[in-house]
Design a protein around this ligand. Structure first.
Ligand SMILES: CC(C)(COP(=O)(O)OP(=O)(O)OC[C@H]1O[C@@H](n2cnc3c(N)ncnc32)[C@H](O)[C@@H]1OP(=O)(O)O)[C@@H](O)C(=O)NCCC(=O)NCCS
Length: 436
């Protein structure tokens, strides 16, 4: 059964569940929210729906109901690899089912058939100023490929509404197929000799990225597969996911929508945080010229806080425990680079910083998030160009947001249109409640 057949089989039941819920319980209140939340970035307002992933405050992410450790165990792996096929992950995100090895390989095969990046994308990248940020180039490349959109073409021809998702699936497979090559091209152009390494048809999607980056250590293939799994989705309220959904809700195709999501990911409060973390670790390391002692690190952490800065990689808007995406990377590091100084330092920070943040008493979550360690693993394999890390995050995140976009079309999710109020209106609401 192809991925399209699977969705075709599942859709009637999902559409019926949604229809019944809205018909029978459409008036039921899900949440009430406060003026502080209206001004405060809609934090915690329960107003989005996705079945692709869910972040439990105490447990962290589940993709389609599975924890990260369950996924690392259950998803099929290429022969000789420790980490699963990204194609199998994409199958799971879209269909909700753990694929067989053959099903995971089928997605990998689809990707190979659709992977050729149009020459105009490379030409466009090359015409940009050489110090353009790699995220700008990456987002531009995704947007440029909108030219290829099947959804946009069929929509203009008058496609039937209940088949929108089929065009979205086609576009999503076409787009995701090309991401490793586009990203690696940008990397080689900006940071290496500009000579592009051709994809190896024998390698899977994640391993091919590692190969085209030019990293010789074969373990980097596993790290790439792990990285792409961990960063793919984080429910729907984060900036990249929400921006993609919002733009897609106007029936913009996945190229427009994903490019918008990448633009959000480029922000310092979102995807850019991983490079801040590595920078902080390297600053510590350079100050002491070696891995510092626990006491030295404690002092450094307090100095950072006392100078009014945050300790990057620690804290989370939703989570209240160590991010399992952090733990998965820590385990990888312990296995493959236990003697690497920067990795050792990142592990030591885990022993020191939560207690410092607890004593300071401001952060609601003193535990590490995904960004606290990802940079140090990349650094170990020689990918030391911080600016590029968000591009890898983007490669991965498009897997999740496109899976969501396919389902948003399949369930006919409407254009987003929240209501805004003026400050005097909110003042009036505040006054009325006070009087009451
Ligand atoms: C992730 C983050 C943005 C979440 O923000 P949040 O939901 O507002 O977090 P909280 O509600 O716990 O913040 C309460 C206070 O603790 C502070 N705080 C949170 N994490 C902190 C950290 N790692 N170091 C220092 N202070 C921190 C906040 O700045 C805030 O201070 P304020 O009251 O002066 O505004 C925040 O924890 C942070 O800035 N962490 C460091 C950057 C980072 O790792 N980003 C990647 C996110 S995946």
């Amino acid at each position: 059964m192809t991925i399209k057949d699977k969705l075709t089989a599942q859709l009637p039941e999902w559409r019926e569940r949604m229809r019944r819920l809205v018909k029978e319980s459409g008036d039921v209140k899900v949440d009430v929210f406060t003026i502080a939340q209206v001004y405060g970035g809609m934090r915690d307002v329960k107003s989005l729906v996705t079945d692709i992933s869910y972040v439990d405050p105490n447990e962290g992410i589940r993709f389609r109901g599975y924890t990260i450790s369950e996924l690392l165990e259950k998803l099929p792996k290429p022969i000789g690899a420790d980490m699963p096929y990204t194609g199998g992950l994409y199958f799971l995100l879209i269909t909700g089912e753990i694929p067989s090895a053959a099903e995971a390989e089928e997605i990998e095969k689809e990707w190979k058939g659709r992977g050729k990046v149009p020459q105009y994308v490379f030409d466009m990248i090359r015409t940009m100023p050489s110090d353009t940020h790699p995220m700008t180039l990456f987002s531009m490349a995704v947007l440029a490929m909108q030219y290829e959109s099947i959804f946009a073409r069929k929509y203009a021809e008058g496609m039937k509404r209940d088949t929108y998702w089929e065009a979205m699936l086609e576009d999503s497979l076409n787009l995701t197929a090309k991401l490793p090559e586009v990203a690696a091209y940008i990397y080689r152009l900006k940071y290496k000799d500009g000579k592009f390494i051709q994809p190896d048809p024998k390698l899977d999607w994640g391993a091919n990225f590692a190969h085209m980056m030019g990293v010789p250590d074969k373990k980097y293939q596993d790290l790439s597969r792990l990285y792409f799994l961990l960063h793919s989705d984080h429910e729907s309220g984060n900036v990249s996911a929400h921006a993609t959904h919002l733009v897609g809700s106007a029936l913009s195709d996945i190229y427009y929508a994903a490019s918008a999501g990448l633009d959000g990911l480029a922000g310092p409060l979102h995807g850019l945080a991983n490079q801040e973390c590595l920078k902080w670790l390297l600053d510590v390391y350079n100050k002491y010229g070696q891995v510092p002692t626990k006491d030295e690190l404690t002092k450094y952490a307090w100095d950072t806080l006392n100078s009014g800065q945050v300790i990057p990689g620690y804290g989370h808007a939703v989570l209240r425990k160590t991010d399992p995406r952090y733990t998965a990377q820590l385990e990888f590091g312990k296995k493959h680079m236990a003697d690497d100084d920067i990795f050792k330092l990142a592990s030591l920070v885990y022993d020191v910083v939560p207690e410092v943040l607890r004593q300071q008493g401001r952060a609601r979550d003193p535990w590490p998030n995904v960004d606290a360690i990802s940079g140090s693993l990349q650094y170990h394999y020689g990918v030391k160009e911080f600016d590029f890390y968000t591009v890898m995050f983007g490669v991965s995140r498009i897997l999740g947001v496109s899976a969501n976009a396919i389902w948003a079309r399949a369930l006919g999710q409407p254009i987003e249109r929240p209501k805004s109020l003026t400050t005097p209106m909110l003042e009036e609401i505040g006054e009325k409640i006070k009087v009451a």
